[in-house]
Structures are given as structure tokens and as C-alpha cells.
Design a protein around this ligand. Structure first.
Ligand code: GLN
Length: 547
């Protein structure tokens, strides 16, 4: 097994500069040149994983095939590289400490004092290397969360310093992402914060090899030399990262400056094979030159932070480009929807997506949205909690089950159409205890969903505790809201569809996690096509009315 190469991406000056996008873009470029690449994120917070974090604060929790609840950057990695990540790709300080403390309790440290150095740093190094335990990769990119200088990042920086030393020359590279602020009053870009940030990194014994500079304005030529000189990096190793129209432009913007060549040369890897980017370029071409525009209402309770639904909005972008349509999302806070306001919010959209979520706030608004879409023939896709609310709405308004609710919101309901599985009933811990990760689902023979997937057995990712209650299976099936996707091992209902409606489909899983640039999700494509059809019919009937 040859020595893999390690790339570390650090961030300076401010947070939210887009380290995840830069890491994903680099990964994609290197992969497109034939290298086997994976990306890992180290998060310096104490939560063992982001599963318990509030989406308002931290954005979406992304779920991998193996059921890890991870940072949303892992979603970018998968979407850009079109390859799966796993639990090993996201490590938090909480997880590091948890394993060190577990070892201490087991007596593994043989009476030694357990300290940040070497025990925590060794555990960080072990986790970084663990990713390549099967020797699958040529290059491992590790994104260090947080900003250089944060107290909580220090053990990571020290671990990286040591790892570089262990790995020896030419086997690792530091990419430092910084901000070049623009002072509007004097009309200037400023390099000083970057110089300070590089110096701060040096105080911890790490010299950056490549600078990626986020900027709102083009960096003048002479400034590149100045940055190289004062930050002590090679000429040519300063890369500009201008604000982009879409995150999917970033790989090409970086490629234009030979970023991938700079990195490969720094790692003493061959630059002989050129990147194969045709598919990416045609995706971008479709994205930027849409023939149609579709308006989709996203009904959810975390809409004030749109990152909470990152994978859904990205899935719209991928599927939209595939059918040459641009999707405009109308964000609707479900708490604003009631019988009076519903028409006003939903009458001007081509389709509705009812989003995943937890807890009872805004629940009734989701039920009303489901009813409105069902009664007005508006295409609707319900995801996870979205599907559960479609079931509740149908139970109440079509089956006549008055007071039907999910056991999540009312344990006393006379009709617990959505209920807790027996396995879940005794679980009290919140972290990592839901039905998580990839589960198989068998699709019913003559269903709409089977036509969409064009196969019988699918696998999709899950993240929920509550399930469709099979006591009501026959009631639903007989009245036409049909369970058309069933988990073959447990008999759990994964999909409900209403064949008499133009598109009324709820899925217990999260299709959005599996949508990538290279493989837009069939369910999102089908939903958008239905929304577009709805729009065209609407236009036609309006035109007829005018005549
Ligand atoms: N709160 C619901 C459950 O736990 C749905 C979860 C979700 O939408 N991800 O079952």
C-alpha cells in the first residue's frame, strides 16, 4: 500500500468562509484527474455528533449511508464527489474525548495522567488515519472546523503539526482559507488580516503551503505577490476565491488558476492526467440557462435558517438542472399557515414540499398545507415528517378519524396513525438513537413510485423515531392513499401515494441526502416535472379564461 497524501484545510480571519465548499471543490477536481480521494471534517465542539444540535444554530444534520448524523459539509462532499462518506468522515471533540475517557475508565492508560498532549492529540491523529484503514485512498482531505486562533481548535492544530512531522516531507499540505476584506470607504482590499492569520498558524508550528483568499472583488495582480511574500508561500500558491453565482462554479474558478496542479505539485504527485469536467460543465450550463422556472413552496418550521434544509434545496438544483428548469423556493413558515392564510401562501406555487422536522410547533400548518395541495391538485412531496403529516391529514379529513395525530405530538390521540415502534419505546437517550441510515424498501408493482425509480428494490436514508402505524394499513390502502413502499424486513411503510392526484407522494425517508450533481434524484426530478406540468396546465386554463 503506497503512502497516502494528506491535505489539511484550515480557516482564518472569520468563520463561514466556505471551507467545506473549497474542500469539496478540490476533492472533486482531484477525483476528476483519477485520484482516489475522500474528505473528512473535524468539528471542535463537544457534542458527540451534530444529531442533537438545533438546526437553527447549525443548519441541517446530514445523514450518511451507515447512519452517522453529521455536519452539513459532508453533504457538500457527497454532492461534489458523487461518493459516499461514513461515520469516520466526521469527528467531533466530543467523540474524541468520549473515546479517551472510555479508555481511561477501562484502565488502558495504565495509571498515567491523561492529558490533551499526548492523549487527545493522539486520538485526533488516530481518527484522521482511520479513514484510510482499508487503504482505499490516494489523498485524504481533512477540513478543520472553526477558525485558527480559537481555543477549541488548538488540539487539532497541534495534532496536524505532529502528523505532518510523522508523515515526512511531501506527504502533506496545508491549505489556509482566509478573507481579504474590502474597505468600501477607501475602495481597497486589505491583506493584513490574512498575514496575521498565517502568523497565528505559524505560532502553532504550522506554515501554510497554499492560501485560498475569499474576496468580494478581484485581487489585483501585485497583491498576489505581496500575499505570497508576507505569508511565506510560493509564488503561484495564492489562489483567489471570488464570490460565486453558485457554489458549483467554485471548482471551475479554482481550476482556472491551476489550484489542483498547485496541490498535486505540492504533494509531489503527477499532474499528467487532466481533469475530466465535461459532465460538470454541462450541469452548470443547464443550471444557468434554464428553459423553465418552477416555484416550489417549502413548508417547514426552521425556514429562518435556510441551511436547515440544505440537502433539499441542493436536490432541487440538481434535479432542476436535469430537466432544464430553475427552481425558486418560496419559504413558508408552517406556523403561519391556517385555514384563512393558506390560499394566500399556496395559491401561486407550482408544487409544495412539506419538510422534515421534530416536535409539535407548526405541525397543524403542515397538515393544512397537505390538505390544500390534495384538494387543489397541487403536486406535493412530503419528506419524513412531511409524509407523516400527509397521513394525519388524510386520516382526519378523508377517513374521518377525528383527532388523529402522531404520537409524537399527542400520545393520547384516539387515532395514533403515526406511532412509536416498540423498539423505540424504552429509549431515553436522544443521541444516535433514531432509525438512521440506509434501509431497503420494496416498491409495489403497479405504483407511481416504481415507475419513478424504475426498479423494485431501493435503499434510502432515514432519520426518524416515529412510523406509519400498520394498524391503519388497510384503511389507507382501501380508500386510495396507498402504501407503495415497504421495508422488506420490518414491514414498515416507507411510501404513501395517491394515484388519483397529479402527484401526491410522501416518503418516510430522506431522498435529498442521496442527490448529487452527477446523479440527481429521480424522486425530485419526478416531483419537479409534475410541478412544471401543473404550471403549464394552469397557464393554459388562465389563457382560456381570458379568451
Ligand atoms: N419527528 C419525526 C420522527 O421522529 C420526523 C423526523 C424527520 O422529519 N426527520 O419520526
Amino acid at each position: 500500500m503506497s503512502q497516502p497524501k494528506y491535505i489539511f484545510v484550515t480557516g482564518g480571519v472569520t468563520s463561514s468562509l466556505g471551507k467545506g465548499i473549497v474542500a469539496a471543490s478540490l476533492g472533486m477536481l482531484l477525483k476528476s484527474r483519477g485520484y482516489k480521494v475522500t474528505i473528512q471534517k473535524l468539528d471542535p465542539y463537544i457534542n458527540v455528533d451534530p444529531g442533537t444540535l438545533n438546526p437553527y444554530e447549525h443548519g441541517e444534520c446530514y445523514v450518511t449511508e451507515d447512519g452517522a448524523e453529521t455536519d452539513l459539509d459532508l453533504g457538500h462532499y457527497e454532492r461534489f464527489l458523487n461518493q459516499n462518506t461514513s461515520q469516520a468522515n466526521n469527528v467531533t471533540t466530543g467523540r474524541i474525548y468520549q473515546s479517551v475517557i472510555d479508555k481511561e475508565r477501562r484502565g488502558d492508560y495504565l495509571g498515567k495522567t491523561v492529558q490533551i498532549i499526548p492523549h487527545i492529540t493522539n486520538e485526533i491523529k488516530r481518527r484522521i488515519k482511520l479513514l484510510n484503514r482499508s487503504g482505499d485512498y490516494d489523498i485524504i482531505i481533512t477540513e478543520i472546523g472553526g477558525t485558527v486562533g480559537d481555543i477549541e481548535s488548538l488540539p487539532y492544530i497541534e495534532a496536524v503539526r505532529q502528523l505532518r512531522w510523522d508523515l515526512g516531507e511531501d506527504n502533506s499540505l496545508i491549505i489556509h482559507l482566509t478573507l481579504i476584506p474590502y474597505l468600501a470607504a477607501s475602495g481597497e482590499l486589505k491583506t493584513k488580516p490574512t498575514q496575521h492569520s498565517v502568523r497565528l498558524l505559524m505560532e502553532s508550528g504550522i506554515q501554510s503551503d497554499v492560501l485560498v483568499c475569499r474576496t468580494e472583488h478581484e485581487i489585483p495582480k501585485e497583491m498576489f505577490s505581496k500575499l505570497a511574500l508576507f505569508c511565506n508561500v510560493k509564488k503561484g500558491n495564492v489562489i483567489e476565491c471570488l464570490d460565486a453565482e453558485t457554489i458549483y462554479d467554485v471548482p471551475l474558478m479554482l481550476r482556472e488558476q491551476d489550484f489542483d496542479d498547485v496541490v498535486l505539485r505540492g504533494l509531489k504527485l503527477s499532474t499528467a492526467s487532466k481533469p475530466e469536467l465535461n459532465q460538470w460543465k454541462s450541469f452548470l450550463d443547464n443550471l444557468k440557462n434554464p428553459e423553465d422556472h418552477i416555484r416550489i413552496a417549502l413548508v417547514g418550521k426552521y425556514v429562518s435558517l435556510q441551511d436547515s434544509y440544505k440537502s433539499i434545496t441542493e436536490a432541487f438544483i440538481h434535479a432542476g438542472a436535469a430537466i432544464k428548469a430553475q427552481v425558486k423556493v418560496k419559504w413558508i413558515y408552517s406556523g403561519d399557515l391556517n385555514n384563512e392564510t393558506c390560499e394566500k401562501f399556496l395559491s401561486d406555487v407550482d408544487g409544495v414540499l412539506i419538510a422534515p422536522g421534530f416536535g409539535d410547533r407548526g405541525i397543524e400548518g403542515k397538515i393544512i398545507a397537505a390538505q390544500y395541495a390534495r384538494e387543489n391538485n397541487i403536486p406535493l412531496l412530503g419528506v419524513c415528517l412531511g409524509m407523516q403529516m400527509m397521513a394525519i391529514e388524510y386520516a382526519r379529513n378523508v377517513l374521518g378519524f377525528e383527532g388523529a395525530e402522531s404520537a409524537e405530538t399527542n400520545i393520547q390521540t384516539p387515532y395514533p396513525v403515526i406511532s412509536l415502534m416498540d423498539e423505540q419505546k424504552n429509549i431515553t437517550n436522544k443521541g444516535g438513537t433514531m432509525r438512521l441510515g440506509a434501509w431497503e424498501c420494496r416498491l409495489k408493482g403497479d405504483s407511481i413510485i416504481k415507475e419513478i425509480y424504475d426498479t423494485e428494490l431501493i435503499s434510502e436514508r432515514h432519520r426518524h423515531r416515529y412510523e406509519f402505524n400498520n394498524e391503519y394499513f388497510k384503511d389507507f390502502e382501501n380508500s386510495g392513499f396507498i402504501p407503495t413502499g415497504i421495508n422488506p424486513d420490518t414491514g414498515l411503510v416507507e411510501i404513501l401515494e395517491l394515484p388519483e392526484h397529479p402527484f401526491y407522494l410522501g416518503v418516510q425517508f430522506h431522498p435529498e441526502y442521496k442527490s448529487t450533481v452527477a446523479t440527481p434524484h429521480p424522486l425530485f426530478k419526478a416531483f419537479l416535472k409534475a410541478a412544471l406540468k401543473n404550471q403549464k396546465q394552469e397557464k393554459l386554463s388562465n389563457a382560456r379564461k381570458e379568451i
